[in-house]
Ligand binder design. Structure first.
Ligand SMILES: [Zn+2]
Length: 375
């Protein structure tokens, strides 16, 4: 059991009223940053939600009002935040506008303020992030879900929760981030139903699991992630033991949490190439709507052609798009197989460059490249 799961039974965990953990609305923040994995003028936008609760609504309003974009240092809009610059400011804002004891739900207040300030810093014309009021609170009543699944077998219950969690139009993902947290919360709600508190006592609500702010997983968890990922780099497939590292999918500096769900196994080279970009190589479908530039510098000296090519292509699609690459020895043909929903046309435009890369930089003989999509 993970630490945060334990904490939900912990008698020392403070009880928070239902109202206080059920958001009444959210701010939508957007951070646009120059794409660091190529030198061209491409940018990437990342949308983040900041949950607002009844008791924090006015506080956020006052806080946002107090930040005129003109007074913000450029530093806030950069992709890499300088911790030394940021931390004292954030602490000051929290002291001034919030109460850490009641408002730091799920230990997210600091990263929420960063999201808001970065949004404002980057967007001097529109300034404040948009507030959306959350009218469907009823839909997100955990007790309702708990009653629904309380008599299900474990298998049926987890299947049902998986389906509910994955529905595209719901906000469970925003609230709970990962399926396992959602399941833990529902299980806790079931325990409350089976073993209710005496009347008059406030029904303890399901505490949103705490986010850990450790920078790294512990050794046992790292090993579990590697095992889950088949002891191989999810980007290029390298499986040399000493070369594997655990990477934050969403970088720690961007508010990414240290959890197994936000971790992936990468080799040293792929991890270095990824840098502070948010790329999920557990995902087989690109999230990009337009292709990026092909970065041919992402190879290291003396690498095997197929591994290097796989890396260049997966970075190009910003996910694990390549299912396999094979080489027909007699015809000097490279066959590239992409997972479905990754547009092969994006790659076909770069055929000549890729052939050149294989011949000149990887030292292999190549005459033809085919790009296929797996059915
Ligand atoms: Zn790799």
């Amino acid at each position: 059991m993970t630490n945060w799961a334990k904490s939900s039974h912990d008698s020392a965990t403070p009880k928070i009223e239902y109202k206080k953990i059920c958001p009444i609305g959210w701010y939508k923040t957007e951070i646009v940053y120059a794409d660091a994995d190529n030198k061209h003028e491409s940018t990437e936008a990342s949308t983040e939600f900041v949950m607002v609760y009844e008791h924090t609504k006015d506080k956020f309003k006052a806080f946002i009002k107090s930040i005129p974009s003109a007074n913000l240092l450029d530093e806030w809009s950069k992709e890499y935040l300088d911790d030394e610059l940021m931390q004292p400011k954030i602490k000051k804002w929290i002291n001034e506008y919030f109460d850490r004891k009641t408002d730091d739900i799920g230990q997210k207040l600091e990263s929420d303020l960063i999201k808001i300030v970065r949004h404002i810093a980057q967007d001097p014309y529109q300034s404040a992030p948009e507030y959306h009021s959350f009218e469907q609170r009823e839909t997100y009543d955990l007790d309702k879900i708990a009653y629904k699944v309380i008599d299900f077998s474990s298998r049926l219950k987890y299947e049902y929760l998986d389906k509910e969690f994955s529905q595209p139009e719901t906000l469970w993902k925003v609230f709970y981030k990962s399926l396992i947290r959602f399941e833990t919360a529902v299980d806790a709600a079931i325990r409350n139903i089976i073993n209710p508190k005496p009347e008059g006592e406030t029904t303890p609500v399901v505490i949103l699991p705490l986010e850990r702010r450790d920078k790294e997983l512990n050794e046992v968890e790292k090993e579990e992630v590697k095992k889950r990922d088949g002891y191989a780099c999810l980007c290029c497939g390298v499986n040399t033991k000493g070369k594997l590292q655990i990477d934050h999918i969403k970088p720690f500096s961007m508010g990414g949490e240290t959890s197994k769900e936000n971790s992936q196994t990468l080799c040293v080279t792929c991890n270095k190439c990824k840098g502070q970009n948010e790329i999920d190589f557990r995902c087989n479908t690109t999230k990009l709507s337009i292709p990026k530039n092909l970065d041919l510098s992402l190879i290291s000296e003396g690498e095997k052609a197929i591994k290097a090519l796989t890396r260049v292509l997966n970075f190009f699609y910003h996910c694990k798009a390549v299912s396999k690459i094979d080489w027909e020895v007699y015809t000097y043909t490279y066959n590239i197989y992409l997972y479905p929903s990754n547009n092969p046309e994006w790659l076909l435009q770069h055929k000549a460059e890729l052939l050149k890369l294989i011949k000149n930089k990887l030292g292999c003989h190549a005459e033809y490249i085919n790009v296929n999509t797996m059915k």
